[in-house]
Design a protein around this ligand. Sequence first.
Ligand code: TXA
Ligand code: MG
Length: 357
Amino acid sequence: MKTEIFDVTKLNGDVLESGEIHAGRGARRDMDEALRSIRIAAKTIRAGGLVAFPTETVYGLGCDAFNEAAVKKVYAAKGRPSDNPMIVHIARASDVGALTPRITPEFVRLADSFWPGPLTMILKKKECVPDATTGGLDTVAVRLPDHPAALELIRASGCPLAAPSANLSGSPSPTKAEHVIRDLSGKADVILAGSDSRVGIESAVLDLTSDIPTILRPGVLSADVLSEVLGREVVCDDALLRDGVSSGAAPKSPGMKYRHYAPKAEMLIVEGSEDRVRAEINRLKSLNERLGAAVGVMLFDERAYAEAARDFYARLRELDDLGVDLILAGALSDRTGIGFAIMNRMFKSAGYRVVKV
Ligand code: TXA
Ligand code: MG
């Protein structure tokens, strides 16, 4: 398959929302060009094709959420197990009515506070949402992304977009257009190449169908922040709190049971106080290098979690490109916020291989 790649970096959110283009002639031409590309991409979606697009979290690989055949093509393109449901992306909060039979006050409160943004909500699904999209579940995951190209694509397509992250299943999520081009050339019909993802890790997934709202996948919006808006407790699914060590309980979010985000290199996490972690990483690095291994180190600043989230996946891919045999990663100490969400990915990337110092 031939993949068409369009540059949409010049699309500017403020200009779009006002409906006018306040820009010089050059900028205006770039904007028009990006909008034209998005219209071509939308036509592809309507014809049952696959379009990769930027969002604020990571790039997505989208198709018409109501088109079962197209959804199956997304699973095939990614090599993704078909019981792992997809997130359905909408452009207006009111569009959720097409997906769920009951809009609850809690949903409205969260949508008002955090949409557009990195929050996915699990709701009861309407009959018309295909089983292929929801992995056969009776619920549907919905998100309104905070990115002008994504929103314009959804609007122009005239349907909600089912979209998992635009990486091959099992490899790190894509936060740069070049990651998507590498993973999905020949597999997606169109790739909309935008700027680097601003957030860098996937949205928080919050189950609103359980008695207590439950985070199934942590993101940059923490349980505390969500709980404050809801005025009641929000919990993290048990599986997240056990550092992924299985208790045999069935995971609520099918995505939780697969090894994810994995680099090609072996990866080991070193956990402990900042000083000790650095010392142990240095020790292990020299030791392994003496044995002839190429070693990459991943250490983030405990005072800059947002930057760490933004850079995490790109750093994994970078180290793989360098051809290292072993990645030594320093654990972050945060147990609730952005650092916790990064650690959720880091544990999976390393296949839960951790040494404590
Ligand atoms: O930030 C994001 O969420 C990105 C961008 C593209 O929007 N998308 C993304 O999609 O990360 P994906 O498919 O890689 O992850 C979706 C996660 C999976 O862990 C899946 O199991 C869970 O959401 N999920 C989807 N539908 C669900 C449902 N009905 N019940 C429980 N979990 C669900
Ligand atoms: Mg994914």
